[in-house]
Design a protein around this ligand. Sequence first.
Ligand code: ADP
Ligand code: MG
Ligand code: MG
Length: 889
Amino acid sequence: TATTHRYVYAFAEGDKDQKDLLGGKGAGLAEMTNLGLPVPPGFTITTEACRRYLATGDDPPGLAEEVDAHLARLEAERGKRLGDPGDPLLVSVRSGAKFSMPGMMDTVLDIGLNDRSVRGLAAAGGERFAWDSYRRLIQMFGATVLGVEAEAFHAALEEAKRCNGAERDLDLDAAALRDLVAVYKGIVQDATGIDFPQDPREQLDMAVRAVFDSWNTDRARVYRRRERIPEHLGTAVNVMAMVYGNLGPDSGTGVAFTRDPATGAPGVYGDYLAEAQGEDVVAGVRTPIPLAELGRTDPASYAELRRTMAMLEERYRDLCDIEFTIEHGRLWMLQTRIGKRTAAAAFRIALQLVDEGRISVEEALGRVTGDQLAQLMFPQFDPEAKPEPIAFGVPASPGAAVGAAVFDAAAAERFEGPAILVRRETSPDDLAGIIAAAGVLTSRGGKTSHAAVVARGMGKTCVVGADDLRIDAVRRQFTAPGGVLVREGDPVSIDGATGAVYAGAIPVAPPPVVEYFEGRLTREQRRSDPVVQAVARMMRYADERRHLGVHANADTPEDAARARRFGADGIGLCRTEHMFLGERRRIIERLVTAGTDREREAALAELLPLQLGDFTGIFAAMDGLPVTIRLLDPPLHEFLPDLTELSVKVALAEARGDADPADVRLLAAVRRLHEQNPMLGLRGVRLGLAVPGLAAVQVRAIAMAAAARIKAGSDPRPEIMVPLIGGVEEFELMRAEITRVLEETAAETGVRVAAEIGTMIELPRAALTAGRIAEHAAFFSFGTNDLTQTTWGFSRDDVESSFFPVYLAKGVFADSPFEVLDEEGVGRLVATAVEQGRAVNRDLTVGVCGEHGGDPASVRFFDRVGLDYVSCSPFRVPVARLEAGRAAV
Ligand code: ADP
Ligand code: MG
Ligand code: MG
């Protein structure tokens, strides 16, 4: 039997949890309807209908009949018929996908107007209002449904304003608007060869299909890729009776948030524009007034709005973002959803909700992310620089952005290096430019304008409504009061926290959150900064709950000390390679060219005191905490001169007959060590086994440094880690050597250093034979960079710029496997090794030290497979602590 599908639901039939089927907007409208809020009646065509339509290119069977039935109900409820010449019902046709895509898809207002019904509307609401609505319909319908260049309508509107001496669109009277309608119809006819459709039902059907199609526009695709929204979801379509914000001074439209989405400060907050329809506020055609002012001009509506917002927050238990319209002093709710917010606001709001008893601490942890914390650790303008702003706008999305001024999206994309996109206002067409730019600056619009919403969602610095700036996109320059002129390519700086705009490049400094982690804030400073307070408290909650330890990858005493200030529980990876660079290269050269044991031992003896100094500093910084030191890992020839350069040098010298024998010997060694695939060559444990005395000198330095610290009453906790083993035999040989040196040193110093000996697991073979290795190893540390390279069989250095872009575009990867752990493949090896290792050795400590240790998604995976700790760069330590806490709840 054929299953009968339903494709259409009245608002009253859904609720807020049905976003999959009804889209976010439909679910919100349903929820508000059922809460008894004043929502204009309407219905939602499901995402399922859209998916079918996109798959077949045609309306799914039965859809038309369902729309008929729901439209009839809507008409009955309003007591008007769609497009009725006497007193028309008008509707909006609104896109609404599961995940909000602000401004990315299409909405058409005032459907149902035509040459006859416009007169009926005039009779009901006045001539000016009716012709204004009709010109809006042709403009929106023309641009989004018929594909007419939106610019053509803009130009005609500007021309009409000019001819009529009208400053604003509001100053156009009924006659001027009627003339404009005629011009608009001509534009449609010229561009498409058809007349603007007069049949209201045909308008409706065409608009519905246009919304379906808008799912696949380029800008929607770009947005989805960037926001990781799945391609197959499709959008729902909401058909809703119009309410009119353009009926006169006691009407208007607005956007509001239940808390400040930029700073997280409590208290309602938004923009309102009188005598306008919805699009006007978001598009920034006129600069709106703050919502609080509505409290003075229309206290009754304002009070009702505030009650409604409180009710919505209660229901959603989170910051809500709403759209509303006031029609002759009567409030109508047009949209609600959980609002996007900045990183700072996310931390503050989550904790406010905890304090208000709305959510638990665990839920609060779920409302912030490691990426948001990372954003709060970005640099900001150095207050010491005391720069002079050339203008102020509305701070719409925080951060300190410095870059060259560019005046359109294409230039932002073209520009190499950071750019600031400077526009009068932005539209969805600017999306690619916003993505490419370091920051966005506009001269029009409020905190809810398109630029602001999109930038906030991306964590991109944005200042809007800097209306002192005269932006000339054609001549590619802007001027500020006082005669300042900024041309394309000139540096500008914008402060998304204060709204300040500066000419020139202003120096940046660490933000308060970093100063806090560094321990450089006084108690008073901590108390007076609400973001620092919120972060500190959230970190405490995360630390109390996390199972994972967080260690740092640090090779110097300075990095180790910072890691400790940032809350690291130890060092998970201390690389020793940098200890062989600089002046010390010459010692390595002598080591590899040594002809006799004596020469080799002399070189090693020279290395010893240098290594000793390195380790002493690191142990001091990490006193009482584990320091996992990896024996030398990279191919030796990385420390030697370049083969080609040295060959040329020696050849030239030989031709002159004055070759230095030392150079000749060195060249032979460099040739001998040269490799086609160094990543798979003489490196890691292979070095330790093949170059006599190399590992021993490192172990000896570790043991002596630790012994000295113990004698001085300190508590060093060295752990010695063998890199790149493939099998247990390699580890056994290396461990025997390490143990021998530790014992030798203990005898010499009189202090026994209890260094654990373990290994990295970074080759598939090691992961697959981890059970045998664990019989002898005290710990495992997954080197997920190498493990990813060797599992996939590609080298990071070679592929990231060659075929990765293609792979990402073709969807082979959603993310680079070097950034987000490939759970399916590499993750499987990790899980297998943990399981095997723990089965034979219950006390085995297991951690990870690849870049993935600081990646939020990967941290959750490591928590799930039962690792003891992750290790990441010192700067990522707070992010990993937070994510580890989030993973635990
Ligand atoms: P977007 O998703 O881009 O915000 P919307 O579907 O929300 O698009 O609609 C665009 C604007 O039109 C919004 O400001 C909205 O509030 C307004 N709007 C939509 N439907 C109606 C309606 N029936 N009556 C009045 N205004 C409407
Ligand atoms: Mg909207
Ligand atoms: Mg490695």
